[in-house]
Structures are given as structure tokens and as C-alpha cells.
Design a protein. Sequence first.
Lengths: 451, 439
Amino acid sequence: MKITDMTLLEIIEGIQAKRFSEEEMVGSYLSRIGKLNPKLNAFLEISKPHAGIPVAVKDIIVTRGIKTTAGSIILEGFIPPYDATVVEKLLDQGMSVIGKTNCDEFAMGSSGENSAFGVTKNPWNLEMVPGGSSSGSAVAVAADLAVFALGTDTGGSIRQPASLCGVVGFKPSYGRVSRYGAIAMASSLDQIGPFTKTVSDAKQVLEWISGPDGYDSNCLNNLYKAGPALTDLKGVKVGVPKEYFGPPAGGGLDSGVEKVIKEAIKKLEELGAKVIEISLPHTEYGIAVYYIIMSSEVSSNLARFDGIRYGFDRGKFGAEAKRRIMLGTFSLSSGYYDQYFTKAAKVRSLIKRDFDQAFEECDVIVGPASPSVAWKIGEKINDPLKMYLSDAYTIPASLAGLPGLSVPCGFSSGLPVGLQILGKHSDDAKVLDVGEAYEMATDWRKEKPEI
Amino acid sequence: MNYEPVMGIEVHVELNTKSKMFCRCSTDYFGTQPNTHVCPVCLGLPGALPVINSEAINKCIQIGLALNCQINPVNYFERKNYFYPDLAKGFQISQLVLPVAVGGWLEVEDENGEKKKIRINRAHQEEDTGKLTHQGADTLIDFNRSGVPLVEIVTEPDFNSSYQVRDYAKKLQQIFRYLEVSEADMEKGDMRLEANVSVRPVGQKELPLYRVELKNINSFRFMVAAIEYEIKRQIAALERGEKLTQETRGWNEAKKETYLQRSKEEAHDYRYFPEPDLPELKIDTEQLIILKNRMPELPQRKIEIYTTQLGVREQDAKILADSKELAEFFETTLEHGQKHRVSTQEIANYIVNQKPDIEIVLPTQVIEEIKGKKVGRIEDEKELEKLAKQAIEENPQAVEAYKKGKTTAIQALIGTMMKLSSGRANADKAAQLLRILLE
């Protein structure tokens, strides 16, 4: 097997068994990056380490001494003086950062087209978007340019590109992983999470990067520990929200995607799970709530980019960034705060309550991660509202702080489809274990794009 | 028409915690090189996050308790959003809706000695900004001060005279020093005052429709001068029929007048919202009890005890309670005084009038001094004559030696007189008397 085809667990085993050296391993990934990155534009910066298992890090996460741009002209050339906690933890485990991956500017986007440094291409079809905002990280794993990658997910930015690129993407429970060093987008929603080739890999990475660090005040005190794989799903209750299939909330769901998702749910049943219909009545309000709360927090978090201590003048923000800054500033303004921000916060708690009530009847909730497969580059970029709808399935779990996994579950029109699995807050283990059981009972992880 | 001033005061006090409010940087920045007490958090670097300094919260709570406030068992931080080069994140983490402490009071005096309770609206926790220095056409920014814990104390518009304002400021400074939460030095900037001044016709109950904010004034003296000038200026304007509007003004010490800095049109919408990076602050009853027990006896209480229980005059009591160190010195001296039958009044008088350097002098030495002075020197000639005659009787050899021409022998006789009088004899007069007697 090619080294670059290997999963993280296989690589760890391979190094221990001395089947290849670390230099050989890094070398093969670097040479593959050299060959394919010009076509894919997944990496903005390649750091050429000599040893250590190569991890690709989304350019929204600071890395000491390695240029970090957040996909924006504003930070072009910026070299952070410190490492994010997650980077420090991985370096401690013997990983090395092989490069920084492309992303939508300041994590704002669902396609990768908002990067100031060109769009990343979907390795399954170079004319298609890879999804966003963690476009480069998803592609790095899909195209075997790194063993695994880190991304961030605020409204779906790990789960959605994972789905569009046929890889595993996991958004931990809010507070599971420290956000220290992730350039803040929406503080109450952001989480750093892994892109991996398998769910088993994701469990290992989560164990390494999670835990309170004394720098992020919102970290959970309980720890995640990767447990053994489940052999079946007997006793697991799987909830399927009726709002996900059909208008108004699920009105944009592609029929090909719907078919694949329903087959995946059948597979869960075959594994012994009990599938029940549940209701998440406020699903249709998710996007509106998200865009008000997220952009309000963004308008405040981006205020530090004044060009005085670092970075360029704020006139250099891209169009989507400017749009969200304006929307957020408006929502927080005197005279509008109550009807927009406060109202959105109230509805947010209703969405959270939907989940609390649903989880009294089931252990996990499943559905599509994205309403469609990858679309053509340029197709939605001129219609921001249409673009916002791509996050319809991922947004509610972000608002409720729940853990969410996207695991490859098939293809539609030749492009990957991801099954989203959501769990109770803090119940990252259940989500990952159910996903792992599904993965081991299928062969989707063995599919690789021909580039 | 007669007008009266209506004023509210805002005080910002820099806490003397070891670390900054939201990061581990040292707060001991005074006199150090610029931008050496900084980190990603207080520099507002991308990706940095705040963590609450609980010692600062404790000090904020103590300030609230000293001002007779209610401490909110749950309170939270908010973001105050505005742009300024010394504000690294583009927002200040502060408190608005639910601050640490609310609804307190402090009693002040006016120029006639009349007392008034000033209502304290709130005492809340926030962080300081960096410092700008103008050098020619350039402006330099030092972030050493960015993130240092500040407590903001806001009063209701209860002040009617500049004397009250001065008394309030002095009393607050005293409280901060007693609590050891800050050096509260206005020159160093650890304590900053802002006054909101307006005037209304005497007898009117409603607040005036405008306020003039006096800012960036860094001494009590200048603040009082600025307030008095402002009151006169506003009254004169109203008498001319002018309408007064919301303004921010500074004090020009050279010209001895206030000047316009900013007018209402530029008033800010800070777009406050709850700080999402920080959890709510929960202050449980146990913690509150521990902090209450840690509170020292405050100056107002000491003055009350000195005057009502110890019979000290009020103006002396104020002096004795001026600093915690002096009050403790006085109280320790009282303890020693009891053993040596030196009265409270004598000790109070001594300390107030003699102003001993309490860093060097010990309370026991004060007692000795008082005892020595109380007894006093023997000046009376008849008494001295008696002692002299006794000394002559006791020292025949010295007398003979002196009569033979050894003048220094008189020392022994003076020595004997001193011994007989426990050191109280006036040595000069003793010598004179002896010479006369020995002739």
C-alpha cells in the first residue's frame, strides 16, 4: 500500500513496525503535494518538515513561525508568535505541520470561493467546489496530501466540506477543544475539529487535541477518551427528524442525496439500531438565527484588524466579510438590538430545546450533512442567500453546541455524500462510535478520487 | 434666578493584582520599557482569548462592600465595542446590565460640615486600555497597561458642591488604600476622575436635560477648579438665554478654563452584548463571607469609634484614621499607653501635633516621649538649690578639687544633681547655681 494511502492508525503502526522511516513518510507526502497542489490549491503554505506525522492545518489556526493568513489579504505575510493549543498538543504527540490550508476568508463561506488566494478544487471533479469554509483541509485529506487535517466548524465548516469531499469530518461539542489560537469568527459557535480518512482516526485525533488548557474559559471539564469500536448498533436509538425531508426546512434537499441518506439509515437499522421519527420543529429558523448571532459576533471579533499592530488596512476585507460585518453591526445597534440579536438568542434557545426533547427519545440524530453534492465553481457565489442555505442541516447543531460527524455514505451523480450524525452535548463518544460502526460495515472509505 | 449644581462622579481605579485582568502578564509596568508586559491576549492578537483573574474580582467585591453595595450573586461581562488605537481588540471587556456591585452609598461633607449620603449606582469590573504618547507628528502606543484590571464606580447625580466632590474623591482614595486594592495615586494614573456637571434652577426636582462631562483631569485640585469654573460658565450661559447641550470638556490649567473636546453628535453606540468568551460569574455566599471577614475596619468606622467611644475630637480622629498604617500605630500606642497610664487624649494630641515618623518611631517610644515631656524639666531655683546643696554634701572630694582650681570637677556635682532628679534638672541652671554656692 502506498504510504500516502494510509490512515493515521496504519501510519502509526507502520512507523512502530519500522516498515518505513519518518523521513520517507514525510517525503512521500511532500512529493504528492508538489505534484497535486498546483491543481488543487489546497495549501497556501507548505512548511517542509523532516519528521513527524504530517498534519495539514487550516490557515485560520495560528502556527508559530509559519505564515497564517485566514484566507485573507488582511493577514498576508502575518507570522504568528505563538501556536494554537491544538497545534502544541499535536506537536507534543510527535506530529508536524506539513502546511497551512486554504479556506474562505476568516472562515466565512460554504464553498471555498471566498478565499483571497483562489478557490480550492474538489479532487472528485476539479470544476466543482470542495465546500467551505475548511476547503483546503477537506481536500488535503481527500487527495491524500496529509495524513489528517484540522479545520474549524462554526455553522458547518467541517461537516459540509467533509461531505462534499468524501472524507470524515467531526465538529466536537462546544467546549470540547480549546479555541485558543483559532482566529475567532463566532465565539459562541466556533470549534476546531479533525478531517480524517476514517472515523477511527478521528477518535484518536480528538483524544489528542481535546481538553481544558487554561486559556479558553469555555472548555468542558470532563475529558474525551477514545473507547473500543462497537461491533453493532444494538440498543442504539437513531432519531430521524421529519423536518429534514421536505419543505419548509428540507425543501432544498436534492433527491439523489435523499436516496443515499435513506440507504445509509437503513444500514444503521441492519446493524441493530432502532430508527425512530422525531421532530425538531424550529429547524427552519436555524439559518436566520445563525446569520444574526454569527455575524454579530463576527463584527466584534474582526474589529481587532485595524492594521495598527499587524495586518493591512481594513479596506482590504473581501465582499463576504464586509457583508457579515455590516449585518452584525446592524443587529447589535441601538434600536435594533432587541428585535434582532436578542430575538435570535431567544429562538436559539428554542432550537436547543428541540434537541433536548428529541434526545429524550433517541441517542443520536441522523440526516444529510449537505442538501446537495458539490456544485460548480461560480454557480452560487453571486447569490449569498442561496449560498447560506447550504448550511441548513449543519447550523442547528452549531447553535446548540452539539457534537456532529459527517461520514462518507455513498455517491450521487458521481460525487460524495456524507451522513451527518449528531449527539447530545458532551456525548462525542457516542457520535463517533456510531459513525465508526457504520464505516466498518461499509467500504466508502476505500474510495479515492482520481486526480 | 438662582441655580444649583447637579453632579455625578465616575471613578476608575487600577487594581494592584499581580496579573492583568484577563491574562497572566504582570501589572507591575510603571517605569518599564514599553510593550514588555504583553502577550497575545492583551495585545489582541488573532486567536487570543480572555481568562478571568479571580483575585481582581475579589478586590472588586471588596470595593463594593466598602461602599455598602449589594453584590450580585450572578453577574456577567459584556463587550463595549468602539475603535481607538489603544484598544487592542476593538472592544473593551466590561460590565453593563448585571455588574458585580450595585446600590451603595458613601457619606460626604460639604464646606459647612453638613453631611450627605451620595448614592453609588454601581461598581463594576473592566480592563484598561493601552497608553498613547504623542511625539511630534507621531503617536506611539504602549500596551503594557492594556488589560490591567479596573474597577469603575459611578454615583447618582447627588453632588451639589465641589467640596463634596473633593471629599468623595479623598474618601474613596482612603478606602482603596485601606483595602490595599490599589495605591490610588492620581499622578500615576491608578485613580482617575470624571465629573458630569449640570445646573438647574433651585427648587427644580427634575434633572437637567444635558450634562457636561469633564474628563482627562489628573489631580483633585484641577478637578475642583474645573468643576467650579464649569458651574459658573453654565450659569452665565443660561442667564444669557443660551441652551446648553451634551458635551465633553477638558481643563486648561494655563488658561484656568474648561474647553470643548467632543459634542453630542459624536456620542457612541457601543453595541454592548454579553461576552461570549467568558462564562457568567457566580459569587457564592461562602466566598462572600470569606471576603467580608477579610475586610479591614474602614476609616469611617474608625472615626466613629475614636469620637464616640474614645472621646477623641472629630478633626483629630480624621487625621488619625487618614491611613490604615497611622490608625494602627495610634491603636497600638493606646494599648501601650494603658500600661503606663498615659491617656488617649495625650496620645492623640502627641501624634496629631508632633507628627512622628511612624516608619521609624515605635509606639513604645512615643509613650516614653510623652512620659518624659509630661513630667518636664525642673526650672524652679529653690528646688534646684536644694538639689545643689545635696550634691555638694555628697561629693566632698569634688568640692575640694573644684576649690583648688579644677573646674571640671563641677561635672561630678551636676551628675549627682541629675541622678537625684531623675534627669529632670535643667543642667545649665544647675551649673550656674553650683558655681554660686561654691564660691
